[in-house]
Design a protein around this ligand. Structure first.
Ligand code: NDP
Length: 313
C-alpha cells in the first residue's frame, strides 16, 4: 500500500458511478473509479435506450455507457478494472481491498454498485435475453407496440409494468404464482380498469420457446393439484418483475441497509450511516430505478463528497 489515500473512491461503473466520477474529477477530487469486471451496469444488458435525455434517436445501452466512461476519462478519472472484495469503514482513511488483495485507502467512498433484476432461473431466460425477454418494461416496452406480452410477478412493480405495457401492447398477461396479488390495492384497482390485461393466477412459467426470438411461454396452472393444467401461451415479450436485489453483500454489517438490503441514505443527500461514505443509483433506490435518476444521484454524491472533504480541511 504505497499509494497515498485517494480523496474519492467510487465503486461501480453504471450511470451513477460515471456521473459521480465526472463531477468529482471536475471538482479536482482526483477520483479513482473501480469498475469491476462488467463495467456499464444494467444498461449493458438492454439494447436500445430511448428515454435518456440527449439522445433524440436513442442509443444502445453499451454505447451510452461508453460515452459516460469516455467523459469521465476526459476529466481525468483514474478508472481501474478491479473488483472491490472488502471494505473497512471503521478506520480513517477507509480501506478498500481488491480481489487481488491490494489495499487502497480513501478519504471518501461513493458506492454505486447498482442492483440486479431477479430472474426465474430458467435456462431459456438467458437464451432470449434481448430477443423477447426483458426485466425492464420502461426500457424495452416500446418495441412491443401492438404485440402480446406477459409480465411475471404480483408486486407493485409487476402491476406498474403491466399497466405501462397495456398502453403499448395489444394484450398483456400478468403471470402470478399465488391466488392473489401482493401489490397495493390502488395498483390492483388500476389493473382491473385496464381492458387488455388478463391476470393468470396460480400460474408458474416452466419454460419459453421460439425459433430465434421468443414466441411463447410454457405455463402451468394450479400445479400439483387435481386441476393442474399445462399450456402454451403465445407471446412476443416476457417481462420479469419479480423484484431486484441491490448489490450490497459487501456492505452488510458495515452500513445501515433497509429490510430489502438497499443502502439507507439521508435523502435528499446521498449520505449513508457512515460519514464520508455516500451511495448513489439503484443500490440506494428501490423505487425509481432509472438511469437518469442514477446519474442525478451520482452528481449529488460527488457534491456531497466534495463538501465533506472541504469540512475536513
Ligand atoms: P416485491 O418483492 O414487492 O414483489 C415481487 C413479486 O414477484 C411478488 O408478487 C412475488 O410473488 C413475485 N415473485 C418473486 N419470486 C418469484 C418467482 N420465482 N416466481 C414467480 N413470482 C415471483 O417486488 P417489487 O419490485 O414489486 O416491489 C419492491 C418494492 O418497491 C415494494 O415495496 C413495492 O411496494 C415498491 N414499489 C412501489 C411502487 C409504487 O408505489 N408505485 C412501484 C414499484 C415498486 P409472491 O407474492 O408470491 O411472493
Amino acid at each position: 500500500m504505497n499509494e497515498k489515500p485517494i480523496s474519492c473512491a467510487i465503486i461501480g461503473a453504471g450511470p451513477a458511478g460515471y456521473t459521480a466520477a465526472i463531477y468529482a474529477s471536475r471538482a479536482n477530487l482526483s477520483p479513482v473509479l473501480f469498475e469491476g469486471m462488467q463495467p456499464g451496469g444494467q444498461l449493458t444488458t438492454t439494447t436500445e435506450v430511448e428515454n435518456f435525455p440527449g439522445y433524440p434517436q436513442g442509443v444502445n445501452g453499451p454505447e451510452m455507457m461508453g460515452h459516460l466512461r469516455e467523459q469521465a476519462l476526459r476529466f481525468g478519472t483514474d478508472i481501474r478494472t478491479k473488483v472491490i472484495a472488502d471494505v473497512d469503514f471503521n478506520t480513517r482513511p477507509f480501506k478498500l481491498t481488491t480481489d487481488s488483495g491490494e489495499v487502497v485507502e480513501a478519504l471518501t467512498v461513493i458506492i454505486a454498485t447498482g442492483a440486479s433484476a431477479r430472474y426465474l432461473g430458467l435456462p431459456d431466460e438467458q437464451k432470449y435475453l434481448g430477443m423477447g425477454v426483458s426485466a425492464c418494461a420502461t426500457c424495452d416496452g416500446f418495441f412491443y407496440r401492438g404485440r402480446r406480452v406477459a409480465v411475471v410477478g404480483g408486486g407493485d412493480t409487476a402491476c406498474e409494468e403491466a399497466l405501462y405495457l397495456s398502453t403499448i401492447a395489444k394484450e398483456v398477461f400478468l403471470i402470478v404464482r399465488k391466488p392473489y396479488l401482493r401489490a397495493s390495492k390502488v395498483m390492483q384497482n388500476r389493473l382491473t380498469e385496464a381492458p387488455n390485461i388478463t391476470i393468470l393466477y396460480n400460474t408458474v412459467t416452466e419454460g419459453l420457446y421460439g425459433e430465434e426470438v421468443l414466441e411463447g411461454a410454457r405455463l402451468v396452472e394450479n400445479a400439483a393439484t387435481d386441476t393442474e393444467r399445462r399450456y402454451e401461451l403465445p407471446i412476443d415479450g416476457f417481462f420479469l418483475a419479480i423484484g431486484h436485489t441491490p448489490n450490497t453483500t459487501l456492505f452488510e454489517g458495515k452500513l445501515a441497509l433497509d429490510e430489502q438490503g438497499y443502502i439507507v441514505v439521508n435523502s435528499p443527500s446521498t449520505r449513508t450511516s457512515v460519514p464520508g461514505v455516500f451511495a448513489a443509483g439503484d443500490v440506494a433506490d428501490p423505487f425509481y430505478r432509472q438511469a437518469i435518476n442514477a446519474a442525478g444521484s451520482g452528481c449529488r454524491a460527488a457534491l456531497d463528497a466534495d463538501r465533506f472533504l472541504q469540512e475536513l480541511r
